[in-house]
Each structure stands twice: as C-alpha cells, then as structure tokens.
Design a protein around this ligand. Sequence first.
Ligand SMILES: Nc1ncnc2c1ncn2[C@@H]1O[C@H](COP(=O)(O)OP(=O)(O)OP(=O)(O)O)[C@@H](O)[C@H]1O
Ligand SMILES: [Mg+2]
Length: 248
Amino acid sequence: MTNHSQEPLVKATGIVKKFGGFTALNNVELVIHPGERLGLIGPNGSGKSTLVNCISGMLKIDGGSVSLRGEDISSLSPHERVHAGIARSFQIPKPFKSMTVLENIKVVINFSGNLRADAGENRSIDEKAFAIVQSVGLQNKADAISAGLTQVELRKLELARAMSANPQLLIADEALAGLSGAEVDEILELIMGMKQKGISVLMIEHIMSAVMQFSERLMVLVAGTKVADGNPQDVINNPEVIKAYLGE
Ligand SMILES: Nc1ncnc2c1ncn2[C@@H]1O[C@H](COP(=O)(O)OP(=O)(O)OP(=O)(O)O)[C@@H](O)[C@H]1O
Ligand SMILES: [Mg+2]
C-alpha cells in the first residue's frame, strides 16, 4: 500500500472549469500521493480529459487551485509544469515523424531541461536517450524513422518521450485505446512499472480489466462532479457509480 502520511505530490482543490455557459468541472478535488497509481474513470464527456488538462496546464481553471509538492502551480504554463515534474505525453510536442526514435527522445530531453538536471551524472545525451529507449523495449528500433513504427511501437515511443522529461507524475489519457489484447498487456506493464521508478501515474482508461489491474485507488467523475474516490473494489460496487454506467 502507498504511504499516505507524506505530503501529496499533487493536490487540486475546488477545480471549476467552464466552457462558455457549460460547467465541465464542478468543484472537483484530486489528490495524488508520491508513487501512487490512481485510476480515473467516468462516462464519455464526464470531464476526465478536462481535469487532467487543468492539472497539466493545457487549460486555465476558472476556480480552485492546483499544487505540486505544496507549491501552487495554478499560474504556471504547460511547459513550466513539465519542468516541475508533470508529464502528459500530449503536451510534449508530438513525435517528429521524420526523426528516428532516438532523435525524438533527445528532443524531449533538451526541451524539458532533463539533461541539465543531472549534469553531475556524467552521461551523454545519447547514453541517456538510449537507456530510456531500452526501458520501453524499443532498443531495436532506436535508429528507425518514427513514421515507420507500428501503433504499439508509437505508444512505447510516447511513453519514452514522457519519461524523457524525468517526471514525478505521468498522466496517461487512454494510452491503451485501439490496441489488441496482447498489446494492452504490454503497454499496461510498462505503465505499471513506473512505480518502481518512484513515478506517480494518473491513468484515464475505459478498459475496466486494465483499470482494475492498474489502480491502487480509483476516482469517478460523472457530469463534472466527483462521485467516488477510494478502494477500487468498493468504488465499482458503489450504487451511484453503477447507476452512472448503466444509465449511459
Ligand atoms: N475545448 C472545449 N470546448 C467546449 N467544450 C469542451 C471542450 N473540451 C471539452 N468540452 C466538453 O466538456 C465535457 C467534458 O469533456 P472531456 O473531454 O473532459 O470528457 P471525458 O470524460 O474525457 O470524455 P471521454 O471519455 O469521451 O474522453 C464534454 O461535454 C465536452 O464536450
Ligand atoms: Mg477524454
């Protein structure tokens, strides 16, 4: 079990997000502890992507605050939040199709300032990039042009790119969508392995078997409101959660 006595990594309080007159998030609370695996589910359009966009800074909030290790980051840009330790693969520029796998990783290492962060480590950017490529099992494709990668290889590249920013929080929004059963297992294993690196993961996913395997804690959004947050088994047996899914 995760040790919850320590300070949360991320704490979002009273998050409100409006699109015109429509309230997409209504006073949502979210806490992520260091190294924790948090699952986020909810019917289509319930505000899951909007919430993670508010955490990563892609969207400006209309109310509430977001803090990282106790510091208010509500006014930081997405780029500044990457530097601070929040990696959402979409917010890092998309892979350059004409570049090799290794070159794509090097771009993110430079973009995120990750190389400077451990200059004392004495590793060249090439060594560092190759180690990251290896950690997602793409070592045989290191010099391959990204445009030629299969879908599952592209997901691995996305994860490698997120890792290149040296994050404390990885946000995975439907990283498993469109993959075959065996591929789902492969990518899920990589995402679950982040814990060994001390990285917290917030995963949005519709495949319930993957959600239940992944989540140490599960949070449910329905129409922009949090309706459940806790032990995954308890949460999926919660009558309000069952009603939200059956009523879809
Ligand atoms: N940029 C935007 N402008 C206007 N409305 C938006 C915008 N982004 C999201 N919405 C609306 O906010 C609501 C929440 O959308 P969001 O994408 O967060 O849902 P979601 O839970 O991620 O759904 P899904 O499971 O389909 O990915 C939806 O009604 C959506 O139409
Ligand atoms: Mg979404």
